[in-house]
Design a protein around this ligand. Structure first.
Ligand code: NDP
Ligand code: 2IT
Length: 452
């Protein structure tokens, strides 16, 4: 897409002001490309410099995380929390532990989170955090010591009315447990609402673990329904095999689709019989194994190692693609291959998994529906907000009730994106719809709250 001349100066300033943070530039660019018509229709946003204020995080925290491995060796990693925007509520967003994490990763994720959280319609601002700590191959004790050290610095910035982290890549229920335990110890408060994604026995909420994957599938189904179709009978490919991917696989199959592929960073598997949910969940959640182990346990499944040959997971023919691993994992070339093989619906379970070339290819293709992450994967954070509601009222809701809430929220987000795109002359373009609708919610609150 071409950037409107009204917003281009803002983008150039973001590049100048945040050198080297390429993922952050990419995330900002994608949003700004949609905003030209909004500035024409609502001049107050320019007057109050809302775009410039949105692109500058309210607070950026960087800290040292020292920890000791099982042999007694000392390691030093870097911790981050970017408190991006609190116009709609306390900063809310996950923590990522992955060796690739640097400030630019956390800022891109925090920026996306602001619009995503706005789209949910729930009272949550946007933030993100994490560390370049690599949890792979580390023992439980090592993970615990790292989490305790991380929280020993981070706790002073958190609070149920201030900043509420959750999981993301490399951070699941186990890590949230160690983080919550240390927070509780330091503060002497059982403040359940300070973290979400907790275990069910200690303040967690049903459906949060499944919510991002389920929500992505509900969103894909909504996109199909808008065209008089549904997921039933469709062939689906899901990348990744972590929290989001596993539950996307489960829900897609529950709704009558067949998921024939999934992956991790070592490669992908193709299983013409349909990915067995119990097998993939056991390998990934319980054994913390690799994707090759899946192929070894299923009669007709094949494993393809990453980087060997030209094929990627997106070479598997499918009707619906759900990228659920990481940023920039689906390129322009992958998009062309998918569409050549008949794929007409893409819903992003991951954050920014499609490159700008890929997004352009999907959005420009007639008859292809592309659901961007800030809409399609918002079910995770929305269910975190439901967990906060339950914590605040010391209540716990049933699985059925909570899943129904999630489904309604995803239908509502779909409706909002669809209607907003149409209102601004881009019918069927969910990228434009999500960016503008998210911007309007946050921007209006910022104007109302004054220059703070
Ligand atoms: P997990 O850590 O549970 O799983 C991540 C999956 O992606 C793993 O299969 C991992 O493979 C793969 N992966 C990670 N990094 C890379 C990489 N650089 N190259 C190839 N594969 C990679 O994380 P989640 O499932 O929680 O998160 C997945 C995506 O969804 C992320 O983009 C996250 O930001 C987003 N998301 C997560 C939400 C949540 O509630 N958890 C909510 C909304 C979005 P391997 O194990 O080999 O590294
Ligand atoms: O990217 C995301 O929305 C998440 N990782 C979930 C955030 C949350 O606070 O539940």
């Amino acid at each position: 897409m071409v950037m409107d001349e009204k917003v281009e100066p803002f983008y150039n300033e973001v590049i100048r002001h945040n050198p080297g943070e390429v993922e952050f530039h990419q995330a900002v660019r994608e949003v700004l490309e949609s905003l030209g018509p909004v500035l024409v229709k609502y001049p107050e946003f320019a007057e109050h410099k809302i775009i410039e204020r949105l692109c500058e995080p309210e607070r950026q925290i960087i800290f040292r995380v020292p920890w000791q491995d099982d042999k007694g060796e000392v390691h030093i990693r870097r911790g981050f929390r970017v408190e991006f925007n609190s116009a709609l509520g306390p900063y809310k967003g996950g923590l990522r532990f992955h060796p690739s994490v640097y400030l630019g990763t956390v800022k891109f994720l925090g920026f996306e989170q602001v619009f995503k959280n706005g789209l949910t319609g729930m009272p949550i601002g946007g933030g993100k955090g994490g560390s370049d700590f690599d949890p792979k191959g580390r023992s439980d004790d090592e993970i615990m010591r790292f989490c305790q050290s991380f929280m020993t610095e981070l706790y002073r910035h958190l609070g149920e009315y201030t900043d509420v982290p959750a999981g993301d890549i490399g951070v699941g229920t186990r890590e949230v447990g160690y983080l919550f335990g240390q927070y509780k110890r330091i503060t002497n408060r059982y403040e359940s609402g300070v973290l979400t994604g907790k275990g069910l026995e200690w303040g967690g909420a049903l459906v949060r673990n499944e919510a991002t994957g389920y929500g992505t599938v509900f969103f894909a189904d909504e996109m199909l329904r808008a065209r008089g179709d549904s997921l039933d009978g469709k062939t689906v490919v899901v990348s990744g095999s972590g929290n989001v991917a596993i539950y996307a696989i489960e829900k897609a199959q529950e709704m009558g689709a067949t998921v024939v592929g999934c992956s991790d960073s070592s490669g992908y598997v193709y299983d013409p019989d349909g990915i067995c949910f119990d097998t993939i969940r056991e390998i990934k959640e319980v054994e913390r194994g690799r994707i090759v182990d899946y192929a070894a346990r299923r009669p007709n499944a094949v494993f393809r190692e990453r980087g060997k040959g030209d094929a990627t997971i997106w070479s598997i023919p499918c009707d619906v693609a759900l990228p659920c691993a990481t940023q920039n994992e689906l390129t322009g070339r992958d998009a062309a291959t998918l569409m050549k093989n008949g794929c007409t619906v893409v819903a992003e379970g991951a954050n920014m998994p499609t490159t700008p070339e890929g997004v352009r290819a999907f959005v420009d293709a007639p008859g292809v529906a592309f659901g961007p992450g800030k809409a399609a994967n918002a079910g995770g954070v929305a269910t975190s907000a439901l967990e906060m509601q339950q914590n605040a009222s010391r209540d716990s809701w049933s699985f059925k009730h909570t899943e129904q809430r999630l489904q309604e929220i995803m239908a509502d987000i779909h409706h909002t994106c669809y209607e907003t795109a149409a209102e601004f002359g881009s019918e069927g373009n969910y990228v434009v719809g999500a960016n503008i609708a998210g911007f309007l919610r946050v921007g209006r609150a910022m104007v109302a709250l004054g220059l703070v």
